[in-house]
Every structure is written in C-alpha cells, then in structure tokens.
Design a protein around this ligand. Sequence first.
Ligand code: GUN
Ligand code: ZN
Length: 434
Amino acid sequence: MSTNLKAYRAAILHSLADPAVVGVEASYEYFEDGLLLVEDGQVVQLGHAADLLPKHKAVEVVEYRNALITPGFIDTHIHYPQTGMIASYGEQLLDWLNTYTFPTEQQFADKAHASDVAGIFLKELLRNGTTTALVFGSVHKQSVDAFFESAQALNLRMIAGKVLMDRNAPDYLTDTPESGYADSKELIERWHGKGRLHYAVTPRFAPTSTPEQLALAGKLYREYPGLYMHTHLSENRKEIEWVKELFPERKGYLDVYDHYQLIGARSVFAHGVHLCDEECKRLAETGSAVAFCPTSNLFLGSGLLDLQALEQHGVRVGLGTDVGAGTSFSQLQSLSEAYKVMQLQGKKLDPFKSLYLATLGGANALYLDDKIGNFESGKDADFVVLDYQATPLIAYRMQQAKTLAEKLFALTILGDDRAVRETFAAGQSVHRRD
Ligand code: GUN
Ligand code: ZN
C-alpha cells in the first residue's frame, strides 16, 4: 500500500448538485462518522468510517471530534490589493473608489509591498477556509507576479489577473490598450496553467476602459484555452447611468461587454444587482457567471441581489466576498448576510443551498467542478475542518440543534474565522487555528 495515503475521520458533508435543480434532499451527501481518504493531493474515496477502515487497516487516520469536514470554500470575487482598506467609512461605489481604492492600489507599483500584502491576504483566506478565489490584482503587472508567487508556494488553486484601466482613473493607475494587452499576455505566458494557477483577463469595469481596450481584452480572452474574464457589472445605480452616458450606442451595461466579446464560459461578473430579464437570459445562454457579494452590496448600499431570479434563468452563480468593499473574508459571514439579503426580499436561502453556493456552486461558476467543489474521487483534496465548538455560544447553540440542517444553518449564521479549525490544500495542511 502507498505510504502517501492518509485518512481524515469526522462528520463529513458535501454538495452533489444544486438544490434548486435536484431538490434539497438529493443535493448533498452526509456521513455522520465519515472517512475521507486522500493520496498525493487528491481525494481517493469518501464513505462511512465503519465501511472503509477495515479495508485500510494500516492507513494513518487523523480524527476530529465535534467537527464537520466540508470542501474548501470558493470565493468567486475578491481584490487582494484592497486588504488594507477593508472597512473604510461612508461612501457609495464611485466616491469609495476615488477616496479609498485608487490611492491604496497605487502602492502596488512596489513589488515588495505587493508581496507583503499577498502573503497577508492568502493567510487570511486560508484562516477562513477559502482554498480557491478569483482575484483582482492592481493595474501593475508585478502585483500579479507577487500574488501568483505566494499562491504557488502554498500550492493553491487560484485565479488572478492584472487590472486593465485606461481612462477615468488617476494617471498613476492607468495603462494603455497596447500596454495592458502586452502586460497581460506576458503574465499569461508566465503563469496560466502553471501548477494550479489560472489567469483572468481583468478589465476593472466598463467606465474605466476605452472601447479600444475592451476590444483588445475581448481578443485576448479568446487567444488561450481556459482563460477567465473577470469584471464588475450593474452594481450601483449611478454607475449604470454613467455606463449609459459613456456607451450610448449600446442597449445596456451587459451589452457593452457582449459587444466586445467579453462574455461566455469562464467570464465572471461581480454583483449584477440591477439586471433585467433580458440580461439574465443572455448571461445564462452564454454560460457566464455572476458573483453574489452580499457583504459588499450591503456595505456600499448597492442593493439586494435577487438570487432566485438568476436561478430561474439558469445563470451560474458563485459567492464572493469582494473584500475590500466586502466586510469579511469569511464565506460563512457572507452566507449569513446572503440569508438576510433574501429575507429583506421576502425570500429564503436554504442552508444546503448556502453550502452549494460556497463550494460546488462556486466551482460550477468557475468551470472548475471537475477539479474542486466536492469530494468526488480524483478531485483536489481541498477541504476545511469546521468546529462545532468554536465559541461558547456556537457550542451551546449546537447542543440545542436536532438536525444537520439546523446545525449547518447556525454555523453559517454564527460562524466566522474562529469556526475554521484547519484548512487543507491539495492534501497539505495550510492553516491550523490552534
Ligand atoms: N467597480 C469597479 N471597481 C470596483 C471595486 O474595486 N470594487 C467594487 N465593489 N466595485 C467596483
Ligand atoms: Zn469588486
């Protein structure tokens, strides 16, 4: 028997499919006393400990009590340069960008600063159980080198890109259509497909790119297999009005991206809070995804996303934190806010749908569901050990809980980084709380 085989024993839960499609009961698999077998960074098998242990008598078993193992969380929209400006007071999107964001991102011209922040950022993601993220860099190509170097050292599955921005931003933060294209291409050649890293062509949003830059971004997105396209869409009402002024010949905001061939498989649009039916339909038919960022949408006063409308149109949806407009790195906290966003619209968010959004749904939005998102054999062994006794209150609440749904729901509402006992990436422990 291979010496690399290792087993993790605890309660184990993972998603199998979207509850909106197959119903809640068929959407997950749960092992009260489960065993996850891992070898060479991949999942070998998941099952009941009582069934698997007799077949693997010599295997090393790591056992967790009062714990729940789930797949690693997937954050489908976040900005690493904004780590240091999280929780900046009082503005809505456009003023917030000018007041806080642009001056903060200027500092990433310095590679050493970028490396420092990349390290802090990745540590924070792992402390919160997030093992894969779709990440904005800054406009500087060295910001992306710094990020990928740090992610590679931890063998993480990460997606990132250099921001493209050639107008309506300070001079110190702008590129040109040609330099943005050339710098992105250089980064793609250096990083895309290296280990578990992927590149995303990253125009910030329609207002900060000229038509020439969007056209070149659309060309680049189609030049290499497996590239992502990552941007913002319909987040804030003033932003939407501005896009109408800048692109009067287009039908609407999404149509700008559509016109420049920036939509399709592996294109991810953060927010999409104010979309019409026609735009939802277009996102669905092109296989594009929306990143639902509840803490950010509440914090910037952007609005309430109608998750069910996107679902009914068949749009791929992942969960995003959108730090630094988002107020937490924790997907558990994001789910707590997502639940409240739905409540404010008279709607619900089932806890198993929450689990799906933070794991397999995110993987599906990113076209990575053949590699991550649940514990099917052969997938990356990216997983989290959640603590049912993370705080005195959580421990006491769990004593009252009678069902798995109740426990899972309370964990998503009350949990945060304290609930993450250990995080594994490709079978290696990359964060241990205690
Ligand atoms: N739209 C354009 N840039 C940004 C950004 O940095 N954060 C958010 N939330 N929205 C944006
Ligand atoms: Zn964002």
